[in-house]
Design a protein. Structure first.
Length: 314
């Protein structure tokens, strides 16, 4: 597929790679630089270097390489898509679904389902995924459908204009909201865990109390940063770990004299009670601010109802 365009006069004086990155926003600047080196780009029929300046008005022809075969298998999955357009997909991910293929999870991941749903996404890094949810965290996740949208969303993450709010059931009764500002990095001894550590990256989590029970709380949390396991690590750090968290959960908290059904529910809750409830962003194409929300999944809703009933009977 041959692409052609005229370099606008507004780009006069820019480096070739800079001018083309603005002219073809669907491609990253690194892609364009690679194609210049591979002699896939001609300007007025000539081969130029990426640092050569443009004058404006030149005719550009790009011959992109043929699409590479995706290393991932396209597999039909029952995706709960809450929004889609030419730029974005917003997916309500169920707990138990891994986002990206990796060690121990070579397929049946969200990525495999996405490239089955839209094969063109296989040409994007990570099939357009720009942020992740842990396997056993449920809720909303945005996916880019083209390179321009992908780079825009990555920039929104850096600028913190992509908003994410979560609901979590935690151990202990909190009297007020607050902020945890503590660096998160790999655990010094267990490399599969994260921890608050002086050598970690800055991490900030805000929380406020949505409801209180006898020995638990329902929190609404928002992220300023997006470190691996951030909410789980931060809540454990302040001794209010998330119910059911198999890695950071700590001891089981059971209300005194609780109904056997609640005790069984708490003991049998085998995943972190954490749900990405709300997602907000600036649309990469329109510039419009958009927000989506999704209700608690059935298992967390049942837990909240049981804790509410328990608190009301005491």
């Amino acid at each position: 597929m041959l692409l052609s365009a005229e370099i606008p006069q507004a780009s006069a004086g820019l480096r070739l790679d800079q001018a083309l990155a603005g002219l073809f926003p669907q491609f990253s600047r690194s892609q364009i630089q690679s194609w210049i080196r591979d002699q896939r780009i001609r300007v007025d029929g000539r081969l130029l270097r990426q640092r050569d300046p443009v004058a404006g008005g030149e005719q550009v022809e790009i011959q992109p390489p043929p699409p590479q075969e995706s290393p991932w298998l396209a597999q039909p999955l029952d995706l709960h898509i809450v929004y889609e357009d030419a730029s974005l997909l917003v997916v309500n991910k169920p707990h138990g679904l891994v986002v990206h293929p990796g060690a121990g999870n070579p397929d049946q991941t969200l990525v495999n389902g996405l490239i089955h749903y839209d094969p063109t996404m296989s040409q994007l890094p990570r099939a357009g995924i720009v942020h992740r949810l842990d396997k056993d965290t449920s809720g909303l996740l945005v996916v880019a459908r083209n390179e321009m949208a992908r780079r825009n969303l990555i920039e929104q993450l850096k600028q913190r204009s992509l908003k994410r709010q979560y609901l979590a059931v935690v151990r202990g009764v909190l009297v007020a909201g607050g902020t945890v500002e503590a660096p998160v990095g790999r655990h010094r001894r267990d490399r599969l865990r994260m921890a608050v550590t002086d050598t970690g990256k800055p991490a900030i989590t805000h929380y406020r109390v949505k409801d209180r029970y006898r020995v638990h709380s329902l929190l609404r949390l928002s992220l300023e940063t997006g470190r691996t396991h951030q909410i789980r690590v931060h809540m454990a750090h302040i001794d209010h770990s998330i119910v059911g968290d198999p890695v950071y959960g700590g001891r089981l908290a059971v209300p005194k004299g609780a109904d056997p059904a609640l005790i069984e529910l708490l003991r049998g809750f085998r995943r972190q009670a954490l749900h990405a409830e709300t997602l907000g962003l600036v649309h990469p194409e329109s510039g419009e601010s958009i927000q989506w929300s999704c209700p608690l999944p059935d298992d967390m809703q049942a837990l909240v109802v049981a804790l509410t009933t328990d608190a009301g009977t005491q």
